[in-house]
Design a protein around this ligand. Structure first.
Ligand code: ADP
Ligand code: MG
Length: 234
C-alpha cells in the first residue's frame, strides 16, 4: 500500500513536469511542421524535396510522442467518475476495433452474461484501457498471434473481472516488475513512450479497481483487471 501511494505521487509529479515540457515542445513543433510541409511542396528538385519530407516525418513522429505525453498529463476531473451501464458491450466493441488494426491477429471474445452490470468509470477511459492493452499485445506479436478477451463477475461479485491474454513472447521478471512505471519501455525510440500502462494503471486505481499482470518469457502475457460494480449492483 505504501509503495502504491508512492507510485501514485510519482505519477502525478511526473505528469506535471512532462506535461509542461510537452506543451512547450508542441508549440515549437508547429512552425517546423508547417514550413517543412510547405518547403517539401515547393521544392524544385528531388533532393530538397526528400530532405524536407524527412524533416516533416520526424516532426510528425515527435508530435505523436508529445500528444501521448499530453494525454498522460491531462488533469482528470476527479468529480467526474461516471457509471458505465453496460461495460461488457463497451469492452467487446473496443476490442474488435483495436484488433482490426492487426488483420493477422486472432481475437476471441468470451463473456459471462451476468457480468454486464453497471461499473464505476467513463466509456472514453474504458475504451482507452482496452485500446492500450490490445495495442501492446499487437506490438508484442509481430506476425499473427492470438488475443483472448474474457469478462465475468469476480468471485466475490463486487467487480467485473476482465482478462486480456496474448500468445506473444511474454516478459522477463525484471521487465514485469516495472511495466506500470511512467516512461518505462523496452521499445526503440519512436515506437514506444512507456506511458500506456501507467495511464491504464492511473485510471483503474481512480475507479477503485485493480490490475495485475501474469507473464513469463515464452508463455505469453495476461492482464487481469477488476472493475468495481456500482454500490447498487455489486
Ligand atoms: P510502450 O508500449 O510505449 O512501451 P507501455 O506502458 O504500454 O509502454 O508498456 C511498457 C512495456 O511493457 C512495454 O515496452 C513492454 O516491454 C511491456 N509489455 C506491455 N504489454 C506487453 C505484452 N502484452 N507482451 C509483452 N510485453 C508487454
Ligand atoms: Mg503501449
Amino acid at each position: 500500500a505504501r509503495r502504491e501511494g508512492e507510485l501514485q505521487r510519482n505519477l502525478a509529479a511526473l505528469g506535471r513536469v512532462a506535461g509542461g515540457v510537452a506543451h512547450e515542445i508542441n508549440n515549437l513543433l508547429q512552425p517546423i511542421l508547417t514550413f517543412s510541409r510547405l518547403a517539401a511542396e515547393r521544392a524544385d528538385n528531388d533532393r530538397d524535396r526528400e530532405a524536407m519530407e524527412t524533416v516533416l516525418a520526424s516532426a510528425r513522429q515527435a508530435r505523436d510522442i508529445v500528444r501521448t505525453v499530453l494525454e498522460f498529463a491531462r488533469p482528470r476531473n476527479l468529480g467526474g467518475i461516471g457509471i458505465i451501464a453496460d461495460p461488457v458491450t463497451v469492452i467487446d466493441k473496443e476490442a474488435r476495433v483495436a484488433a482490426d488494426l492487426a488483420p493477422g491477429m486472432k481475437l476471441t471474445l468470451a463473456h459471462t452474461p451476468a457480468g454486464n452490470r453497471p461499473i464505476v468509470g467513463t466509456r472514453a477511459e474504458l475504451g482507452q484501457i482496452i485500446a492500450n492493452l490490445i495495442k501492446n499485445a499487437r506490438e508484442a506479436m509481430e506476425d499473427g498471434g492470438e488475443v483472448a478477451v474474457t469478462t465475468a463477475p469476480a468471485p466475490d461479485d463486487s467487480a467485473l473481472e476482465l482478462c486480456i491474454a496474448d500468445t506473444g513472447p511474454g516478459m522477463s521478471e525484471t521487465t514485469c516488475a516495472r511495466i506500470f512505471e511512467p516512461f518505462f519501455t523496452t521499445k526503440e525510440f519512436g515506437k514506444g513512450t512507456g506511458l500506456g500502462l501507467s495511464i491504464v494503471y492511473g485510471i483503474i486505481r481512480r475507479w477503485g479497481g485493480t490490475i495485475r499482470c501474469e507473464s513469463s518469457l515464452g508463455a505469453g502475457t495476461r492482464f487481469i483487471l477488476t472493475l468495481p460494480y456500482t454500490p447498487e449492483t455489486s
